[in-house]
Design a protein around this ligand. Structure first.
Ligand code: ADP
Length: 260
């Protein structure tokens, strides 16, 4: 995919410089951090800036090396080879972005080994082919370290292959700016949403698997901007996605009612 329009991306730290140097030195990148903190948006933004095509794969437990590399398919009376997104990216000198790489099957990690070290080579067993990546090719993966239960880990030997950039929830001023920009909501209401987000993030005793991401705040802001009642929008976009536990829901809804 070619990104034609510049995506809005609010720089948080030194991630742009790090990306540039990883690219210059042909090093693979790992974006670490909770969901909804701008990792995918950052990759899209950099792909636009670098004028590179990008192939994104949202990894899940069924994602296999074949899905990435390619397979033979039947077309009429013939069997033809079809490159997967990884092979395409390597051939074209594009960016491959494996979102949530730890979720994929273990054979994915094995398949990308030779691409993520000095060899920068992809072996396509079924074709007996070896493709060397051009200088333009870039390997990026994301990973949610998930300090709480329910997340898969990435082996230390795999992690050590990557230059890693940490992503986290931005500070309130920056987050308000992102929420306003993404939703066109007024900054006063956006500020309140951001405060609610920060408050819930601090309630670690609730033991939520995932907490309020910038994405959830943006979703609530969009609905408020389009006319949905503030409390209702915050309840359905921010609170309900977090838990199904009745007691926690009631507590969080009370909190929202107090704060917005
Ligand atoms: P991740 O890939 O980390 O799960 P995304 O990149 O999809 O998260 O971000 C989710 C949403 O949050 C984006 O669609 C965007 O609205 C907003 N967002 C988060 N961080 C930023 C940022 N730094 N700049 C612009 N938008 C952001």
């Amino acid at each position: 995919m070619i990104i034609k329009k510049e995506p809005f991306y609010k720089k948080i730290g030194k991630e742009i410089e790090i990306f540039e140097h990883a690219h210059l030195n042909k090093l693979p990148l790992l974006l670490k951090g909770p969901t909804g903190t701008g990792k995918s948006r950052f990759v899209e933004y950099m792909a636009f800036k670098k004028e590179k095509p990008i192939y994104t794969v949202a990894c899940h437990e069924e994602t296999s090396a074949t899905d990435l590399i390619g397979r033979y398919i039947i077309k009429g009376s013939e069997t033809v080879w079809q490159d997967g997104p990884l092979s395409k990216a390597v051939r074209e000198g594009a960016i491959i972005y494996l979102d949530e790489i730890a979720e994929a099957r273990p054979d994915v990690i094995v398949a990308v080994h030779s691409l993520t070290d000095f060899r920068r080579v992809l072996y396509i067993d079924k074709l007996g082919e070896e493709i060397t990546a051009s200088d333009d090719f870039m390997f990026i993966a994301s990973f949610n370290p998930g300090y709480q239960r329910g997340f898969k880990e990435l082996k230390p030997s795999t992690r050590q292959r990557f230059v890693s950039i940490p992503f986290d929830y931005p500070d309130p001023k920056v987050e308000t700016e992102i929420v306003c920009q993404e939703s066109s909501l007024d900054s006063n209401t956006a500020k309140k949403l951001v405060k609610i987000g920060a408050k819930i993030r601090n309630l670690t005793e609730l033991g939520l698997t995932e907490t309020v991401s910038t994405r959830l705040l943006v979703d609530a802001a969009k609905m408020i901007h389009s006319g949905l009642e503030k409390r209702l929008a915050t309840e359905v976009a921010v609170v309900e996605p977090l838990t199904d536990d009745e007691e926690t829901l009631t507590a969080l809804k009370d909190l929202v009612n107090l704060m917005i």
